[in-house]
Design a protein around this ligand. Structure first.
Ligand SMILES: [Zn+2]
Length: 117
């Protein structure tokens, strides 16, 4: 576990954790106040003492063929309030860049309208 920076919503620490999802090892970058657990009906929900929802998985951009969102990129996002990521077209050939910003509910949000110069 390592501390990556401060949560943009509650100013607590954002930490990095290694987790296993469906047999795959990925990282979870989570505000210390945004904890999830399985409830009695096996739903993965925020714990009763969670006061924040800010969580980002390292595979958040898999749909756009970015395999891993790194700790370094997450640190930069927390420090600067936005960062640039590299995404790829379907066949992995055409790469393009987009800005991302934190999102209180979804963790991160891609600014599709903005061109990266
Ligand atoms: Zn927070």
């Amino acid at each position: 576990m390592s501390i990556l920076g401060k949560c943009p919503y509650c100013n607590s620490n954002v930490i990095s954790q290694k987790i296993n999802v469906k047999g795959k090892n990925i990282k979870l970058y989570t505000c210390e106040n945004a904890k999830k657990e399985y409830d009695e009906s096996e739903q993965y929900v925020f714990t009763a003492d969670s006061t924040c929802r800010f969580r980002v998985y390292s595979n958040a951009f898999l749909r756009w063929n970015k395999r891993s969102f790194s700790e370094y990129e997450m640190k930069k996002l927390l420090q600067e309030g936005q960062t640039t990521i590299r995404l790829h077209g379907k066949k992995g050939s055409s790469e393009y860049f987009k800005y991302i910003i934190p999102h209180e509910e979804y963790g991160v949000s891609i600014l599709w309208e903005e061109e990266v110069s």
